[in-house]
Design a protein around this ligand. Structure first.
Ligand code: NAG
Ligand code: NAG
Ligand code: NAG
Ligand code: NAG
Length: 693
C-alpha cells in the first residue's frame, strides 16, 4: 500500500480500514499511511498552507485556520499561606471551582458548553516550586462528579484522584500536595470512574508545572519564551456543542485539532529560542509532530530540528536532537526550538497521518502555526542548551518482573490481565513491596487498541520495546516517564521503584475511552509493617473517610477554618516534613538489609510518622474517626455504568491462592496482532518525492 499521492476517498477508506488492520501482516515500519494530502494547497496569500477544505469532516467544517491566537492559561495564585511557626514550612492554599462555562469555538455557531476548572479551558496553570507544599480546594459547582488527579506527582493515595473518590455536585475536597520532586511538566485532570474521558474532553484539564533550582540555573528559555501547549482533538455537533461519540468504546479521535483548547491557533514568536512544553491532552488521538517552515511550493522545506530536553518526569539526562516527535495521550515532552533564521516566516506544526489506530479527517495533519517576527525583543536565556541536563541513575541490572496484558474481551470490555475497574474484588492486580524495583512487562494483546499505559505514583524508565516499532525512541530512553506508549503488537518493559509511599494506586490505559470502559486497575504498595507503622497509619487507603469530599459548608470557607485545616494537614506529616529524600534513603537501607541495626534509632526518628495527627477542635466534625478506616477501596462506589453496549465479565472462577498478576496473565489468551500502524515522521526523501510530484 502506498498512500502517497493517492486520492482522498481511498485514503479515507484506508484509514477507516485501520480499525480492522489485523489481516495485513505488514509488521515493519514503512511508508504506509504517510499521506500528505495531495489536496492540501498553498494558500494564495504567499506560501502559507491551508488544510484541504474539501476533506472529510464529522464536525461542521472549521474554516478559520490560524486566524485566532493561541490562548495561554493564566497562572493560578494562592489565596492564603499557612506557615509553621517552628519549622517555617509553608503550605499555600489554592481554590478552584469546577463549573460550567461557554467557549466560542466556532465563530458562526452558538458557544460550546463546557465544564472546567474556574470555568477555563485549559484550567488555570499551577506553577509550584520544589519544597513548598500546597493544598488545593476543588469545589464542585458543576453538573458532573469530580475527582482530580495531578498526573506526574507522587501524592499520598487519598490525594491522588482515586476514581471512586469523587465529589458530587455541591461538595468540595482538599487535596494535599508535596511538590517535592524534581522540576517537571505535569498536569491535572479529572479521574472520575467511568467518566474521566467525557469530563476531560469537556474541559477538566490543566497544566501543573513544578520548578526546581537546578532547572532554573540552566539558563533555559523562560518567561514569555517558556510556553505550554496542550494538544487536543474533538468533534462538534451542528449546533456547536461537543459530541462525545466513543465509537462503541474504541476511541474518540476527533476531527477538530486544538492547542490550548483553540482550534488551529497561531502564535507569534520572536526569532529566538523557545522552550515548548507539549502535552497530549487528547482523549484517543496520538500525534507525530514536526515544525515545517511554509514554502512557496508545497512542503518545500525540511522540518526544523529541535532539542527534546524533558519528558513526563522532568529533564532528560541530555538533549535529544530530532526533527519529529511522536507522543500518545498523557505523555509530555519539552523541547527547545530556535526560530532564529526564520524571520518573517510562518512555521506550521504538522501531524503525520495514519498513526496507530487514529482515524484521520480533513485537517488532522495540521495543529497550529508559529508566526515568526523580525526582531528579538528579549535575548535573555537564548544560549545553547546545556549538554548535561540532569543526572538520571542507570536502571537496575535485575529486578523481579511482572507481566500485564492489555486486551479486549469478546464483550468489548477493555481489561488488564483480564480484570477491569468494575471487578472490585480483583482490581488490585499486584502488591509491590515498598522500595523495591520492579520490571513490568506490558503487552498489547490485540483488540485494535493503542494503549498509553500510565502508572501512578512512580517515575519509570523504558527498558525495551519489542514488536511494532521495535525500539525505544531516543527521547523515551533519555529520561524518566509515567506514561509509555504501547502500540499495536508491542511489548514494552519499564522499571520503577515502588516508592516513596505505601498504599493503593491506579494504573491504566490513557486512551480515556478505554480507561472508562474498564482498562483501569490498581496496585497496593506494601506498608512494611516491620518499620513500626501501625495499621492505622493514614494515607494507604485512597478512600480514607477523613479526606473524602465534604458537602459545601460556608463555615469551612472562613480564613480561620482554612488556616486550621492547613495546620491539621501539616500535623498529619503526610510527606515526612518535606524530606522525601530521607524516605528513599530509609527504603534503600531497608532493602539492603540494614534495618534494625545500630543506625535504626536515628533513622526511625527522621522517618517517624508522628502517630495520630492532632486534630484542631474546630475541625472535629470532619474528622470522622482516628481508628482504622474500613478498606473502603474494596467497597462499590457506583455500579458499572460503562458503555451500555458492553456487558460485565462474569466473576472469575474461585481461586484458592491469591491471584497474582502472572496467573491472571496466563488465564487470558492474549491475541497477537500484526503491528501496522505507527509511522515515523516522513524522511527527507519522502518529502522531496512529495514536493517533486
Ligand atoms: C502567516 O500566518 C499569519 C497567521 O495565520 C497570516 O496572517 C499571514 O498572512 C501569514 N504570512 C505569510 C507570509 O504567509
Ligand atoms: C455522581 O455519583 C453518584 C453516586 O454514585 C451518582 O448517583 C450520580 O448519578 C453521579 N452523577 C453524575 C452526574 O454522574
Ligand atoms: C479489530 O476490529 C475489527 C472490527 O471490529 C475486528 O474484525 C478484528 O477482529 C479486530 N482485531 C483484533 C486483533 O481484535
Ligand atoms: C494494602 O496493603 C496493606 C498492607 O500493606 C493492607 O493493610 C491493606 O489492606 C491493603 N489494601 C487493600 C485494599 O488490599
Amino acid at each position: 500500500m502506498h498512500c502517497i499521492g493517492v486520492g482522498k476517498a481511498f485514503l479515507i477508506s484506508l484509514l477507516f480500514a485501520t480499525l480492522s488492520y489485523a489481516e495485513n501482516g505488514n509488521s515493519s515500519p514503512s511508508t504506509t499511511g504517510i499521506a500528505f494530502d495531495s489536496n492540501d494547497t498553498p494558500s494564495p496569500t504567499g506560501g502559507s498552507f491551508i488544510p484541504n477544505p474539501s476533506g472529510n469532516w464529522i464536525s461542521p467544517p472549521y474554516r478559520w485556520f490560524f486566524q485566532y491566537p493561541l490562548p495561554i492559561a493564566p497562572i493560578h495564585t494562592p489565596t492564603l499561606t499557612w506557615t509553621d511557626a517552628a519549622s517555617n514550612a509553608a503550605i499555600d492554599f489554592y481554590e478552584v471551582e469546577v463549573k460550567a462555562f461557554q467557549k466560542q469555538i466556532y465563530p458562526d455557531l452558538p458557544a460550546t458548553e463546557m465544564v472546567g476548572y474556574n470555568g477555563l479551558a485549559p484550567g488555570p496553570m499551577f506553577v509550584m516550586q520544589q519544597g513548598r507544599e500546597a493544598v488545593v480546594r476543588y469545589t464542585n459547582n458543576g453538573p458532573t462528579n469530580v475527582s482530580v488527579h495531578v498526573h506526574g506527582q507522587y501524592d499520598r493515595a487519598p490525594f491522588d484522584g482515586w476514581a471512586g473518590d469523587f465529589a458530587l455536585p455541591g461538595q468540595y475536597k482538599d487535596y494535599y500536595y508535596p511538590n517535592a520532586q524534581n522540576a517537571r511538566t505535569i498536569w491535572y485532570h479529572d479521574h472520575t470512574e467511568f467518566h474521566t474521558g467525557e469530563n476531560a474532553y469537556k474541559g477538566q484539564e490543566g497544566f501543573y508545572l513544578l520548578r526546581d533550582s537546578h532547572e532554573q540555573s540552566l539558563g533555559l528559555p523562560s518567561g514569555d519564551h517558556d510556553v505550554t501547549l496542550m494538544f487536543g482533538s474533538k468533534t462538534y455537533n451542528q449546533d456547536g456543542s461537543l459530541n462525545y461519540d466513543t465509537n462503541n468504546g474504541i476511541g474518540l479521535w476527533g476531527d477538530v485539532i486544538s492547542v490550548n483548547a483553540q482550534p488551529w491557533p497561531y502564535f507569534e514568536v520572536e526569532p529566538r529560542k523557545y522552550r515548548l512544553r507539549l502535552l497530549n491532552g487528547a482523549i484517543s488521538r496520538t500525534f507525530s509532530l514536526s515544525f515545517v517552515p511554509d514554502g512557496p511550493s508545497g512542503f518545500g522545506k525540511d522540518p526544523i530540528e529541535f532539542d527534546v530536553i524533558g519528558s513526563d518526569s522532568g529533564l532528560l539526562s541530555h538533549p535529544v536532537r530530532t526533527d519529529g516527535l511522536a507522543f500518545s495521550m498523557g505523555e509530555r515532552y519539552e523541547i527547545v526550538i530556535d526560530f532564529a533564521g526564520y524571520e518573517g516566516q510562518n512555521i506550521t506544526v504538522h501531524n503525520v497521518r495514519g498513526m496507530g489506530e487514529n482515524i484521520d479527517y480533513a485537517a488532522t495533519d495540521f495543529c497550529m502555526r508559529f508566526v515568526v517576527g523580525y526582531t528579538v525583543v528579549d535575548d535573555s536565556n537564548n544560549g545553547d542548551v546545556p549538554q548535561e541536563l540532569r543526572y538520571i541513575p542507570p536502571p537496575p541490572d535485575q529486578s523481579p518482573s511482572k507481566e500485564f496484558a492489555f486486551t479486549r474481551t469478546d464483550d468489548g470490555e477493555w481489561v488488564i490481565n483480564g480484570v477491569g475497574w468494575s471487578d472490585i474484588e480483583n482490581r488490585i492486580l499486584t502488591r509491590p513491596e515498598r522500595g523495591d524495583d520492579e520490571i513490568w512487562t506490558l503487552t498489547n494483546g490485540g483488540g485494535n487498541g493503542t494503549h498509553p499505559v500510565h502508572i501512578h505514583l512512580v517515575d519509570f524508565q523504558v527498558l525495551s520495546r519489542t514488536g511494532g516499532r521495535n525500539e525505544v525512541l531516543p527521547y523515551e530512553s533519555a529520561g524518566e516517564k509515567d506514561v509509555v506508549w504501547l502500540a499495536g503488537g508491542e511489548t514494552v518493559q519499564v522499571v520503577a521503584r515502588y516508592a516513596p509511599w505505601p498504599g493503593v494506586y491506579m494504573f491504566h490505559c490513557h486512551n480515556l475511552v478505554h480507561e472508562d470502559n474498564d482498562m483501569l486497575v490498581a496496585f497496593n504498595v506494601s506498608q512494611l509493617a516491620e518499620w513500626g507503622y501501625s495499621e492505622d497509619t493514614q494515607f494507604i487507603d485512597p478512600m480514607t473517610p477523613e479526606f473524602r469530599p465534604k458537602d459545601v459548608n460556608p463555615d469551612d470557607y472562613t480564613t480561620a477554618a482554612i488556616m486550621a485545616k492547613l495546620a491539621w494537614f501539616y500535623s498529619t506529616n503526610a510527606y515526612n516534613r518535606g524530606n522525601v529524600e530521607g524516605v528513599y534513603s530509609e527504603l534503600e537501607a531497608y532493602s539492603a538489609g540494614n534495618y534494625g541495626q545500630e543506625s535504626s534509632t536515628s533513622s526511625s526518628q527522621t522517618f517517624s510518622n508522628t502517630a495520630t495527627p492532632t486534630t484542631p477542635t474546630t475541625l472535629m466534625t470532619f474528622v470522622s474517626s482516628t481508628t482504622t478506616p474500613p478498606e473502603s477501596v474494596l467497597s462499590a462506589t457506583t455500579p458499572a455504568p460503562y458503555t451500555t453496549s458492553l456487558t460485565i465479565l462474569p466473576p472469575p472462577p474461585p481461586t484458592t491462592t491469591t491471584t497474582t498478576a502472572l496467573d491472571n496473565y496466563k488465564s487470558t489468551s492474549p491475541q497477537t496482532t500484526a503491528y501496522r500502524g505507527w509511522q515515523r515522521p516522513p524522511t527527507r526523501n519522502q518529502r522531496r518525492n512529495f514536493n517533486n510530484r
